[in-house]
Write a protein that binds this ligand. Sequence first.
Ligand code: NAD
Length: 480
Amino acid sequence: MDKLKNYINGILTTPYSNNYINVHDPSTSEVFTMIPDSNAEDVQLAVESAEKVFPEWSELPVEIRSGYLMKIAELIKKNLDKFAHAECMDNGKPLWLAKSVDIPRAVKNFEFFASAVMQFSSESHMSDNVALNYTLRQPLGIIGAISPWNLPLYLFTWKIAPALAAGNCVIAKPSEITPLTAFLLSEICIEANLPGGVLNIIHGYGHTAGSAIVSHPKIKAITFTGGTKTGETIAKIAAPMFKKLSLELGGKNPNIIFADCNFTEMLETTVQSSFRNQGEICLCGSRIFVERKIYEKFKNDFVERVKKLKVGDPLKDDTDLGAIVSKQHFEKILYYIDLAEKEGGKILCGGKQVKPEGRCKDGWFIEPTVIEGLPFDCRTNQEEIFGPVVTITPFETEEEVLMMANSTEYGLASIIWTENLSRAHRLSSKIKTGIVWINCWMHRDLRTPFGGMKNSGVGREGGEEALRFFTEARNVCVKM
Ligand code: NAD
């Protein structure tokens, strides 16, 4: 069986420990590759190589750095099918989704930041004609980037691209559950002749390789996307070392539907915002609140629509939901469905494991599940499930739904369906989430600030926010 390698100092490298971790295809449960079980020694090698190349890389003319990113984007695009197959096999998501969303978005991340850094500027302030202040924005040095399994290459490159564009070197770790596209990216970087050490990709577990990145004193900033608990662990290590931190964490997003919405459009989008990528997107709307006047109609039409979704082989073009990413996550989702029933919820559709025939018979699949009859403050409605499970709850007034929407510890994204413009603006300013979608979902403009409030994270990524995060601002004051 093929064993993947780390990418350190521009070279594919075996791990110091010589130990490996099995990687499963969730649609069959079979082990199909192995990744290095890296540790602090591998991270140390990567840091040394990054330190060596940093002066040269950070001082390159910006259009040359930008050119490297464009080259990487071009090579991923050229290998789109190979990347999409890898993402599908690693994560269990439908192949069509990896081809149309995940991999094109990874390409766009490189293209966008290659271009954004060319426009990046800093401020100057004239102080009462006495002094001129200007802001120097310089790269931080070495950045640690740690990403999750749900949108593997999409989120990995969302961190790497702006960090490199701003002139930093990066030590990046993909999720041990979905490492394959990160490995393919190493091969692309070699083909693009990216100078050795500029980007290092270390594979392994979070508590060993990830933790070694977070605690390394020479790594100046950590950009992390993943669970809230992990974010807390990372913050506890990094904060006393005064590292810059960007934490994109969990969510429990409300999808609020008013009776005056465009019903057809809302229904179509709500099916997507509930179950796209098996519900394993941090931005999915897992708590659906429906104005009582249209509750019964919504319930009937929604359930009818959801029952038609096809669960099964991710390689098939007509599959809507593929496999759940891992056995552990599959069991967690089933646990929550069981909990919802114990809490008094009624399962309107789904709720069970799916056992497809043929090559996917041993894979981890779950039916899209809709539950009603639960109080807004029960565990099912408060804790992140991160799977194909949504609850529906009726509401009477704007005040009531706002209270329920804001009742969780999370504050990542919200969706509001209404044709009443004043209400849309009013709610947008009161709902405690970093992103508010009005009459749409997952429209992403890469120039906008992305991130969550409360336990959904600290800091914003995207556009100028990302370039600011990956640079140190220095005020220079010149007396006139
Ligand atoms: P996770 O926190 O278990 O793992 C994420 C990454 O952190 C992995 O690479 C893992 O190896 C690493 N890690 C784990 N422990 C670590 C430690 N002690 N030190 C350093 N690194 C460590 O999350 P997951 O299960 O991979 O992903 C699912 C979570 O990600 C969900 O909570 C989801 O909401 C969240 N998510 C958030 C966003 C966002 O933008 N806010 C986007 C996608 C996913």
